[in-house]
Design a protein around this ligand. Structure first.
Ligand code: ADP
Ligand code: ZN
Length: 524
């Protein structure tokens, strides 16, 4: 936060009440509204459901002229406009779903200054002829919704959005405000740079969702586990996410056969069926939607009580967004991730098919972070918030499997010391593979050439396998005992927190690694 604008005036609060029917602002809304009303640019990062629309709709009502909102979510424009009209706001949208007649009607409303709020898609906005029209009408402010779409670092980059960098020049005299629900600090900096906002008022709301409980379980028998989870919340609404259409269909069939009111949702179904299933779910006539990630964008169902990921999510960001669909009403909701090491190669297989190297590396990095999230024993909430650059004020969140102590952990202090001292004795100049080679006593060329077979830690960890050591390194990274230097050869180095463990003054615990049992060959 930078300097706060003056607190909202009585007339602003009056509008909040009269037009929108709310008694008070939600966190950050009042500040953003005041900044805009004072003519300042603004940038706000607020989680889904945080109430971003109000931040520009209220100024749009108060200020003279039309507020232009650029949004990529064509499917949601109609809902937004309908909602605003119910509140008596003069709102309209322009996109390809309108007939030419409807479009010219909206254009004439715009040019005769009869609109408070106009939603447009970015491709329409970039049209020269549209911009000429805009120059001739009174514009109160410009809004960029889903602003992360302008950043290649975000998870939903849209090239169309790049044309918005010229926005500030186009509207030199009115405030420009950008909003997003998903921005790490890196993406935030990128958005601000690309848009070139002028001394903007910046707010970041907390991403914490206190009513969500996070739970990661080892996946061994998915069907059995899903049935168990559904039985534990009978009749409650929930989403089960799966990666492939095939597994969506199979899981749905399995659940239906057991009498659950479950429906499938994926891009392979016809538009009709998808829409029907979604509406049945929204009306509470089905309890469970089994879906690929295609489901959820823009669905507004507030009473979702659980979200289960039966396969690995694509990234922490995706996981946050997907679990974020639970508990929008503020009541408790449960998020379960079924995790199996065996899922990793499947995802790797898909990643390997990505041709663009930058994209491939991004996907690999995202996978690594998800695996670390799922397989380490750091509070889930702390890890999720850390991803958004936010630090959680407490050590124990009280509502994740780690903090509730429902995880089985083992003491790995001795093994951690082996790794840490191998890293220390080689002065942080080597990556994970080499460090593991040292503790396992490998006789490879590099070890021998460097004389690392003469280190005190050489071969001390022979009795454990490579997988164990990889897992422990992930754990040490997640617990911030060590860090990875960025670069072509990511070397590991010690962080201050590792000192007590090295000295034997602190213990290190790790979640149990389940080794896949290899079935005995059957004799016939
Ligand atoms: P976002 O766009 O950030 O996801 P919305 O603007 O759709 O969030 O708002 C989410 C919900 O919160 C909406 O149902 C909205 O009516 C409600 N809401 C917004 N501001 C307030 C407020 N100050 N008080 C009560 N409810 C609010
Ligand atoms: Zn926790």
């Amino acid at each position: 936060h930078d300097t706060l604008p003056a607190s909202p005036s009585a007339s602003v609060l009056n509008t909040l009440h009269k037009v929108f029917g709310f008694n008070a602002f939600r966190p950050n809304q009042g500040e953003v509204v005041q900044a805009i009303l004072s003519g300042r640019d603004a940038f706000a990062v607020m989680p889904t459901g945080g109430g971003k629309s109000l931040c520009y709709q209220l100024p749009a009502v108060v200020m003279e002229g039309t507020c232009v909102v650029i949004s990529p979510l064509i499917a949601l424009m109609k809902d937004q406009v309908d909602g605003a009209r119910v509140n008596g706001i003069r709102a309209a949208y322009l996109n390809s779903s309108l007939s030419p007649d409807e479009q010219s009607l909206v254009m004439s409303e715009l040019t005769s200054n009869r609109l408070d709020l106009l939603y447009v898609a970015p491709e329409r906005f970039s049209l020269e002829h549209f911009q000429t029209v805009l120059k001739e009408v009174k514009i109160s402010m410009a809004v960029i919704d889903e602003a992360h779409c302008i950043s290649e670092w975000g998870h939903d980059f849209r090239p169309d959005y790049l044309s918005l960098s010229a926005l500030v020049e186009l509207f030199p005299d009115v405030p420009v405000a950008a909003f997003t629900a998903t921005a790490t600090h890196k993406v935030q900096a990128d958005i601000l740079r690309k848009l070139g906002l002028r001394d903007p008022f910046v707010v970041r709301a907390s991403f914490d969702r206190p009513n969500l409980t996070y739970d990661v379980r080892f996946k061994d028998n998915v069907s059995e586990q899903l049935v168990g989870l559904l039985k534990s919340s009978p009749g409650k609404a929930g989403i089960i996410y799966r990666t492939s259409r095939k597994s969506v269909n199979e899981t749905t069939a399995m659940l239906q056969a057991k009498g659950f009111r479950a429906l499938p949702y994926h891009a392979g179904l016809g538009d009709e069926e998808r829409k029907k299933n979604q509406e049945t779910f929204i009306r509470d006539e089905a309890d469970v939607i089994v879906a690929t990630v295609a489901f959820g964008m823009g669905i507004d169902k507030s009473n979702i009580r659980f979200v289960i990921h039966a396969d690995l999510p694509k990234s922490i960001e995706n996981y946050y967004q997907e679990t974020g669909r639970a508990g929008r009403d503020g009541e408790p909701a449960h998020c379960t991730l079924l995790f199996s090491q065996g899922d990793i190669p499947k995802v790797r297989f898909f990643i390997d098919t990505i041709i663009d190297e930058t994209e491939r590396n991004k996907a690999l990095d995202a996978l690594q972070r998800v695996v670390s999230f799922a397989s380490t024993s750091v509070c889930r909430r702390i890890t999720l918030l850390d991803y958004f650059g936010e630090s959680y004020p407490k050590e124990n969140c009280g509502s994740c499997d780690i903090c509730l102590g429902t995880r089985e952990v083992t003491d790995c202090t001795r093994e951690a010391q082996m790794l840490l001292s191998a890293i220390a004795r080689t002065e942080g100049r080597f990556g994970a593979t080499h460090i593991i080679d040292i503790v396992m006593g490998s006789k490879n060329k590099k070890i021998l050439e460097l004389g690392h077979d003469r280190l005190k830690t050489y071969g001390v960890g022979k009795e454990k396998n490579k997988k164990f050591w990889r897992h422990l390194i992930d754990e040490l990274l997640a617990q911030k005992m060590i860090a990875k230097a960025e670069g072509l050869y990511p070397t590991l180095y010690l962080l201050e927190q590792s000192v007590p463990v090295l000295k034997g003054e602190a213990r290190l615990e790790m979640v149990r690694v389940i080794e896949k049992k290899t079935p005995k060959p059957s004799r016939t």
